[in-house]
Structures are given as structure tokens and as C-alpha cells.
Design a protein around this ligand. Sequence first.
Ligand SMILES: [Zn+2]
Length: 277
Amino acid sequence: MIFKRVLQTALAMGLAVGTSTLHHGSVNALEPKGECYVLGVGDSWQGPTSANLSQCAALAGEQSSAAESGTGVSRWQDVEIQAKPDGSYAAYQAGQLLTTGFWDVEKLVDDAVDDIDAFWRSEFEAREWAYESPGRVQAYSTRIRTACGRSVPDNAFYCRVSHSIYYDTGLMRDQFNDIGDFAPIVIVAHEWGHAIQAQRGIFRQVRSTFRLEQQADCFAGAYVASLKANGALSDEDAEEALDLIRALPRSRTHGTPRQRVAAYQKGFDGGATACLG
Ligand SMILES: [Zn+2]
């Protein structure tokens, strides 16, 4: 899903394969940033670096935030990395699209939030239930105060008091790097599952934390299945969802990876109805 959308965005922005937005001119104006180089207008690239792609993408992204055109450009050896304001980047080698990804994981999450929200709104409307979107989905990178107490590093959680979801940007970036761009989306979909439980009064009915966590995994599966139904789920994304769940540590409250995969699969196969039953 993500890959497809990024590619479409890249094409819509005129970054089509075979074209180059690079200008050639003075190399002296190149600004070294760590192991990567950021190009100013009129610059061209010369010389190797040992930078990796994500570092370069992050730098191009910084430039994107500052640039009037909105697109930041960096280079790693003969790879040109173009970062766009929506948080995505595309890397080109000899004019050919090499890969795409995100330099800003918060923007990736923001897009997913809109999609997950639309999914649940339509599920609720189909059942003639009132739906209220979570108040906010807030990223944090330091310990922040929430209505449910201080945030914990490397965590994502739903807070009933503020009907909001909070997540550590570092956690999302790690899952993104380790597993792929779909991993943060599954994390948000799970937390959204808790927001659904709050709205349906399930917290009052179900006292077992384990059962609540299983149901949240189930709800995440239901959302991912909706992407598949829309033709918006790549095989890669589907696999990343399972990889993420399998990689989670076993815990008394959340269950074993095997139990979590089973709960997720229940939602994936049977939709929200299977989770609610
Ligand atoms: Zn949970």
C-alpha cells in the first residue's frame, strides 16, 4: 500500500523515472552533513561517501522542510535521494527508481491515522453506532505528560481519559527500520483497537487484560484486511504485519507471539464482526 502510494506521489510530482531535477554547477557549495551531502540549488555531486540511504533521506528531508520547492535532494555515491514534504523519499540511480521509503515516520503515521479512522467510521456507521475519532494521535520523543500519566520510552498506548493515542517516535522508527514501513501502521491499528473498545464499553464488560489485548490484535487484523479488500495491501506489507507481531516479546498481558498472530488472523479473516463476537 505504502509503496504504491509513494510511487504515485513521486510520479504526480514530476519525479518520473528517467528525469532528473539536478542542476550542475559548483561543487564547492555542497554542504557536508555527516556522511551524506546535501545539494543546494546549482550544485552537483562528486566523490564517494559511505553514507547509508536512510541517513541521506533524513538529510534530504530536513532540506525538504526548509526548501521553498518542498523537495529536498541529497546524494549518496551515484544515488540521488529526493525527499518530499509528505515524509516520503524516492531514490534514483542513473535515472531509474531504486527504492522508496519514509524519512519522516510521523508523516507515515499521520497518513495511516486518516485511513484507520475512515475504516472504523464506516464500520460503526454500518452498524448504526455513533463513532468518535480519537482526540489526537500524538508522537513523543521525550517523556511527556498525558492524561494517563507520563509516557514511557519505546511505547505506544491508548489513553481512555483523553481518548487519545500516544507513541514514541523512536519505537516507530526502529520498527520501520527493522521490519518495514507497514510495521508502525499495525502498531497504530492495535492502539486504535483499544479506542474502539472504549467506545463500545468493552473495558467495562471485559476485565481480562489478556482478552482485551487479543481483541485489539484482532481489530488490527480487521483493518489490515480492509486494505486487502481495497487492493491496497501488498504481499510485502501483509508479511510485515505478521513479522511485527512475531517479533513482539511474549508477555502475560499480551500473550505469546503465537496467540497474538492467531488473534490478528481472526480479525483478518473475519473482519470486525469476528472480533466483536
Ligand atoms: Zn494493547
